[in-house]
Design a binder for this molecule. Structure first.
Ligand code: AHM
Ligand code: MG
Length: 340
């Protein structure tokens, strides 16, 4: 039997995330495979997490951490599982020196005194986890920073407290109707859908661009009377057609899923300051920064209410920030009327 080379090339050409990363790492002189090995820790961990998410209603994974199931085993909440899997998969990558997670108060030092430890990875292992018990999309967000020139192995503050502009890669995975990984190393945004039949992330959305303008705004309107008034005025302008059409609203309550829709369809996602949370709810390092990086790479924009999110100098690893992220047209309008 002979192989029809043309058919093979056109119909069976799959680009896996691993192949893509190998190509992309050529942009990092001297990275020599360490970067693809690092990212493979994230792809492996997120495949393990998605496998648990898919079985969430079947296994003993629902419920509060620390409870005991009918077999007398201690139940493990899914966000704790996701955190442990990521920490495990990443801690065996010798190029990683420090990890910081939404689930851990303190950074985790994993450098083992190796001079090869050059990267910090920060992540939210399971964003939107309150949605898991009701079968709504959740996700993982991650951001990768390089060890600053001259920083010692134990100086985790200088590794982690860098503005988002210094991210060398960022991305997320949405565990939704399919599992999709979206990432950027500063050379455009690329999406890979997990093919469950072969267990590989396959390039499905090359060079993603956020539409210039969308149809939806996305915000928790229940808190509207506690937002600073300019946010309410902005939402009214979208609703009443100031940008050429009346906007509809969409709000999932998982930032990663709300952002994914905004990336694909355009529009704006907001988590403003509220009376109860004057700094906003979302975390700068591992929630706002990754989506801000992807938004800018895709032609959109992200503000903390006044400044570009990526220019904010963090002062602590769990710092919160307001977030307004989306298409150019909606963000220009926000800057015109609300960013004071
Ligand atoms: P979490 O990291 O504890 O899941 O909280 C972050 C989530 C975001 O995914 C989402 O945008 C927001 O909280 C929803 O908050 P609210 O219920 O206040 O609208
Ligand atoms: Mg979160």
């Amino acid at each position: 039997m002979t192989l029809d080379a043309d058919v093979f090339r056109t119909e069976h050409r799959l680009i896996t995330v691993q192949q893509h990363i190998l190509q992309e790492q050529k942009r990092f002189p001297g990275a020599s495979g360490e970067f693809s090995w690092l990212l493979s820790g994230i792809t492996l961990a997120t495949k393990m997490i998605q496998a648990k998410v898919r079985r969430a209603g079947l296994s003993d994974i629902l419920g509060t951490h620390g409870e005991t199931n009918v077999q007398g085993e201690v139940q493990q909440k899914l966000d704790v599982y996701a955190n442990e899997v990521l920490a495990h998969c990443l801690s065996v990558r010798e190029s990683i020196g420090v990890l910081a997670s939404e689930e851990n108060e303190q950074p985790i030092m994993v450098h083992n005194n190796s001079p090869a430890a050059n990267y910090a990875v920060v992540f939210d292992p399971l964003d939107g986890s309150s949605n898991i018990d009701v079968n709504v999309s959740v996700g993982t967000t991650f951001s990768i920073l390089r060890r600053p020139e001259g920083a010692s192995l134990d100086d985790h503050e200088s590794w982690l407290l860098q503005p988002g502009r210094k991210q060398i890669a960022a991305g997320y995975v949405v565990y939704g109707s399919s599992t999709i990984l979206v990432y950027s190393v500063g050379n455009g945004v690329h999406g890979f859908t997990l093919d469950p039949a072969v267990g590989a992330y396959v390039l499905s959305h090359p060079n993603m661009r956020m539409p210039e303008q969308g149809k939806y705004y996305s915000v928790n309107e229940a808190y509207r009377d506690t937002f600073p008034p300019r946010y309410g005025e902005y939402i009214d302008r979208l609703r009443h057609g100031a940008l050429g059409h009346r906007y509809a609203s969409r709000y999932i309550g998982s930032m990663v899923a709300d952002f994914h829709r905004t990336l694909l369809k355009g529009g704006v996602f907001l988590y403003p300051p509220t009376t109860d949370r004057p700094e906003g709810k979302l975390r700068l390092l591992y929630e706002a920064n990754p989506v801000a990086f992807l938004a800018e790479q895709a032609g959109g924009k992200a503000l903390d209410g006044t400044r570009c999110v990526l220019d904010v100098q963090p002062s602590s690893i769990h710092q919160r920030t307001p977030l307004v992220v989306g298409s150019r047209v909606e963000l220009a309008e926000f800057e015109r009327i609300a960013a004071v």
